[in-house]
Design a protein around this ligand. Structure first.
Ligand SMILES: *Cc1c(COP(=O)(O)O)cnc(C)c1O
Length: 399
């Protein structure tokens, strides 16, 4: 048995010994179930952080828990120098789901993006990558080079050369940047970390056409938008796109660390030894991912995200009219929902937390909601009311 410490003791231990790269809230989360989290003092919260996108099927989903427990007794690690039953079955399920023939399995979103970038360079023999302003693709050096945010990039210069960032949703700018040296264009269907900014269908279709015309590969980063989040299993399915490479992670395995890079026909044959990772395709993660994908399908969670996203938009879409002084815009796709404020989001997050609701920022001014897709409409109504109450308080403070 581990000894049970108080909430304050756990915070002090982390403050003393953790790396220091995370700014944390004064809250120790110890348990989750569905769309609820509990802190060390037993207080319950409605969770609109959703494991930062990793909890689409809900916390501790019984089918995912059972799959992990059963597989943990049988085999946890098995590198890809052997075949494995769980991996074979996951690869079949995942490629079928994505409508792409192959996948490289890994352990996180950054790794999935890293794989996509390497495969694009290898397959095309080209050296340049085109990415979008405000895009987020992860923190390892290759993925970071595709990420736009200067405060993530600048301390680590020089990054990987030959990355160009073009304005998002601007096809003419992309057309000017994509050349015969471009290995790949990488883009999100909805920029998540960059402020919950949806791409237009015309923009994405235009990018895909430019890639085909100029011999570049089209990478759609679905790490945050995948597995039902936006109202489709994958967000690019809203626009009938076919990416050549598709990094996924976050909710792929019900919350366990896992990722994959789906690989399309235009990529062609990859060769042994050009890439790899020890934990990639480990049986425990594969079993969890098989279960999580089954849950998404059986519980019809993409359609649920679409319906609940419509509910939220109907409920909160007019915030810019009702709270003109505080809300600039409301936008999103499915249950990837953003409220752009005129001021800083941090105090709003804090006020929501005191009302029992946990939410995320996306940049300094956007309030982002990423609830598990199993959340009830009644709980989302509570979230909407709490947001209205906090905006009312802001208005009262100014009066
Ligand atoms: C979170 C995220 C990543 C990075 O995933 P990690 O698992 O944190 O490395 C990459 N791309 C997008 C779009 C993301 O939202």
């Amino acid at each position: 048995m581990t000894e049970v410490l108080s909430h304050v003791d756990y915070m002090a231990l982390e403050e003393a010994h953790s790396s220091g790269v995370y700014a944390k809230r004064a809250l120790t989360v110890v348990r989750g179930e569905g769309a609820y989290l509990w802190d060390a003092d037993g207080r319950r919260y409605i969770d609109c952080v959703g494991g930062q996108g990793a909890a689409n099927v809900g916390h501790a989903h019984p089918k995912v828990v059972a799959a992990i427990q059963a597989q943990a007794r049988v085999l946890i690690s098995c590198p890809e120098l052997f075949y494995n039953d769980q991996r074979a079955l996951l690869l079949q399920k995942l490629t079928q789901l994505a409508g792409m023939p192959r996948a490289f399995l890994c352990n996180s979103g950054a790794e999935a993006v890293e794989a996509a970038l390497k495969f694009a360079k290898f397959a095309t023999g080209r050296t340049h990558i085109v990415a979008a302003m405000r895009g987020f693709h992860g923190r390892t050096m290759g993925a970071l080079s595709a990420t736009w945010e200067p405060k993530y990039r600048e301390p680590f210069a020089p990054l990987v050369p030959n990355y160009t960032h073009v304005p998002f949703n601007d096809l003419a700018a992309a057309a000017a940047a994509i050349s015969e040296q471009t290995a790949a264009v990488i883009v999100e269907v909805v920029q998540g970390e960059g402020g919950v900014r949806p791409a237009s269908g015309d923009y994405l279709r235009g990018l895909q056409a430019l890639c085909h015309e100029r011999g570049a590969l089209f990478i759609i980063d679905e790490v945050q938008t995948g597995f039902g989040r936006t109202g489709r299993m994958f967000a690019h399915q809203h626009y009938d796109l076919s990416p050549d490479l598709m990094p996924v992670a976050k909710s792929i395995a019900g919350g366990l660390p896992f990722g994959a890079c789906l690989i399309g026909e235009r990529v062609g044959q990859l060769q042994p030894a050009i890439h790899g990772t020890t934990f990639g395709g480990n049986p425990l993660g594969c079993a969890a991912a098989r279960a999580a994908i089954d849950v998404l399908i059986e519980e019809n969670l993409p359609a649920r995200a679409a319906a609940l996203g419509d509910f939220l938009m109907a409920r909160l879409g007019d915030l810019p009219q009702r709270f003109r002084a505080h809300v600039r815009e409301v936008r999103g796709l499915g249950l990837l929902f953003g409220i752009e404020l005129r001021g800083k989001v941090a105090p709003v997050l804090k006020a929501l937390q005191s009302k029992g609701i946990l939410a995320l920022p996306a940049g300094l001014t956007v309030l982002r909601l990423l609830p598990p897709l199993v959340i009830s409409q009644a709980d989302l109504e509570q979230v909407a009311q709490a947001i209205e109450a906090v905006l009312d308080e802001l208005s009262a403070d100014e009066a």
